[in-house]
Design a protein around this ligand. Structure first.
Ligand SMILES: N[C@@H](CCC(=O)N[C@@H](CS)C(=O)NCC(=O)O)C(=O)O
Ligand code: FES
Length: 134
């Protein structure tokens, strides 16, 4: 038939919710982003600066990007990108990320993630002694 791309849903909205939950619970930092978005670049830049690894979902390259954006709007109260999650919690967008960093509050949030999920770069002074949990 060939017409299944017109309106056929990819992920259902509950599957989108599950997708988001899975990603944010298995990665310390997750950025839902669009490749062309300067605010998204700003958010990534902040995490690059502090040497934290992060998982990126580029909504403009994802088959279900629009649906995921709706899901994120429902979950976080804003349908803008980026939507940044640390340790399963949405901390807001790009400006919020930058502001938390300027206030010195971003790193403590990342440090609350389990150390096994935290990949700090070794060059970071004094931050290389994360003790693994048993
Ligand atoms: N202050 C917000 C601004 C984010 C924002 O305005 N994003 C716009 C694009 S630049 C957006 O997502 N618009 C809705 C859309 O693209 O669907 C932040 O820093 O995250
Ligand atoms: S600046 Fe345009 S998509 Fe974010």
């Amino acid at each position: 038939m060939g017409n299944f791309s017109s309106s056929a849903p990819g992920l259902s909205s509950s599957a989108c919710g599950q997708f988001v939950q899975d990603i944010v619970s298995s990665n310390c930092v997750v950025i839902f982003s669009k490749t062309t978005c300067p605010y998204c670049k700003m958010a990534k830049g902040v995490f690059n600066e502090i040497g934290a690894t992060y998982k990126v979902v580029e909504l403009d390259e994802h088959n279900d990007g629009r649906r995921l954006q709706e899901t994120l709007a429902e979950l976080t109260g804003a349908r803008t990108v980026p939507r940044v999650f640390i340790n399963g919690q949405c901390i807001g967008g790009g400006s919020d990320t930058k502001q938390l960093h300027q206030q010195g509050k971003l790193l403590p949030l990342i440090e609350q993630c389990r150390p096994c999920c935290l990949n700090m770069t070794p060059e970071g002074s004094g931050n290389s002694q994360n003790q693994p949990h048993q």
